[in-house]
Design a protein around this ligand. Structure first.
Ligand code: NAP
Length: 483
């Protein structure tokens, strides 16, 4: 059977790559091929960037009245809602996400475009009375061509966090989705044209990070790079961006802590903590993969958490009842299994999970049962490294100071939670944890209205909220003399 072909989206057209190469895109739940997708060469990336640059330079897009640009973004949000089920099916089949979760993600993408539709004409410069001889005005100018590089774990959500504020400020964009999950970005490229976005303002190049991603990062006409992915690749992107003095923002890895004090409401906390680590099969940069529990409730917490983990419904993403789907690729599952091996050999105790289903329908996909470890110490590799899979370590602490010390004891600082009914303690600990985001008595990290991003090795810059608009614009100061 021939699979559908998906071309590059450049200048409003769908094109094969310059050398005609394609790559297969798979369904994680079955291993079946979903589509053949064009593999962009450096020449294709050059074509996409030049197209975006030409559209930026002619001025029509950046000079469009901000209210009209906002209306266009709103039409994109409406289109996403109109095609929500189709997009959710793509995201669920290509990403292995439970369909219920995929529907939620598409709703969030529409909300992102809607937020920036409203933000466009509320973000502007100032008038600054400098001295007696005149006044300074500041303008928020767009940057030019923005290269948006996206990972595979939340393909359209993360693409939306970058595209919507970039377009809102009048930039043009070239997006490189992850090789294994390019389908939703390509679907979006079609949909924005239907919404009326001028051709060439948004372009999508599919292909490998080492060829297409690298060509994008080093292209001289790219003025800004927004990268979400691993810390390792992010370091290389930042070095390459330095060569061209390109603006860069980085959303990288995490190893977030979930701190549970003895006075927490455990009924709420356990259910929430479960999804804060197993959501998206643990392939979540905000995953709370280290649970720190006050010693007096450690035994009760562990028993209840493990019992609930054992009842997690792992299965077909198309099933409405599924709580956890497969991992994205066989290689990603191998990587997590390697950490299971490391955890076992480091002397930690695995209480459940870490097994590959070998019979029935699940044997065809990249499934892995969720694993819980205890008897861990902060220095162990499974407590220090981002695993990006359904695996959690639970460790006791004896004091507030020790909880903070353990929470901060990794190179990362992206997200986290803390559970207590003592408001003073909640505020003290929230201020002391080195992280970009933290939730108190909740596991929620994403609020479109609020800045999202990390500290330490988790990244640089912020997405979402009005803050994101700062990262897609630059001040211009204009002085007007009085006479
Ligand atoms: P990754 O391997 O770093 O890849 C991310 C993106 O970069 C992909 O599109 C990849 O293309 C591309 N890429 C690879 N090499 C490149 C290069 N030399 N130059 C330019 N681009 C290159 O990350 P991933 O495995 O897709 O995603 C998982 C990681 O993302 C985890 O570490 C996770 O924590 C992080 N993440 C962070 C956030 C956040 O907001 N902080 C959110 C989500 C995920 P290919 O697909 O072709 O390799």
């Amino acid at each position: 059977m021939t699979q559908p072909f998906e071309g590059l989206a450049i200048g409003g057209k769908r094109l094969p790559s310059a050398d005609g190469r394609t790559t297969a895109v798979y369904e994680p739940a079955t291993g079946d091929v979903l589509a053949q997708v064009a593999q962009a060469t450096a020449a294709d990336v050059d074509q996409a960037v030049r197209m975006a640059h030409e559209r930026f330079s002619t001025g029509a897009w950046k000079q469009m009245r901000s209210r009209e640009r906002g209306q266009l973004l709103q039409r994109i949000a409406n289109k996403i809602r109109e095609k929500a089920e189709l997009l959710a099916q793509i995201e669920s089949r290509n990403g292995g996400k439970p369909i219920s979760a995929a529907r939620g993600e598409i709703g969030a993408v529409a909300n992102t475009f809607e937020y920036y539709a409203g933000a466009v004409n509320k973000f502007h410069g100032q008038t600054i009375p400098g001295n007696a001889n005149g006044t300074v005005m500041t303008f928020r100018e767009p940057l030019g061509v923005c290269a948006l590089i996206v990972p595979w774990n939340f393909p359209l959500v993360i693409a939306g966090w970058k595209i919507a504020p970039a377009l809102a400020m009048g930039n043009t964009v070239v997006i490189k989705p992850a090789s294994v999950t390019p389908l939703s970005a390509l679907a979006l490229a079609d949909l924005v044209l239907e919404a009326g976005l001028p051709e060439g303002v948004l372009n999508v190049v599919t292909g490998s990070g080492s060829v297409a991603g690298s060509a994008l990062v080093t292209h001289p006409l790219v003025r800004k790079i927004s990268f979400t992915g691993s810390t390792e690749i992010g370091v290389g992107v930042m070095k390459q961006a330095a060569e061209g003095i390109k603006r860069v923002s980085l959303e990288l890895g995490g190893k977030s802590a979930n701190i549970v004090f003895a006075d927490a409401n455990l009924d709420v906390c356990i259910e929430s903590s479960l999804f804060s680590v197993y959501d998206n099969a643990g392939q979540d940069c905000c995953s709370r993969s280290r649970i720190l529990v006050e010693r007096s409730i450690m035994d009760e917490f562990v028993e209840r958490f493990v019992n609930r983990t054992r009842t997690m419904k792992v299965g077909n993403p198309a099933d409405e009842q599924t709580e956890m789907g497969p991992l994205i690729t066989p290689q990603q599952r191998e990587s997590v299994l390697n950490y299971i091996h490391i955890g076992d050999s480091e002397g930690a105790k695995r209480l459940c999970g870490g097994e590959v289903p070998t019979s029935g329908d699940l044997a065809r996909g990249n499934y892995l049962t969720p694993a819980v470890y205890v008897n861990v110490t902060s220095g162990m590799r499974i407590m220090q490294e981002e695993i990006f899979g359904p695996m959690v370590c639970i460790m006791p602490f004896d004091s507030e100071a020790e909880a903070v010390q353990f929470a901060n004891d990794t190179p990362y600082g992206l997200s986290g939670s803390l559970w207590t009914r003592d408001i003073g303690r909640a505020l003290r600990v929230a201020r002391a944890v080195e992280t970009g985001m933290l939730s108190i008595n909740s596991s929620s990290s994403v609020h479109i209205e609020a800045p999202f991003g990390g500290v330490k090795h988790s990244g640089l810059g912020r997405e979402q909220g009005m803050t994101a608009l700062e990262h897609y614009s630059e001040y211009k100061s204009v002085f007007i003399a009085n006479d």
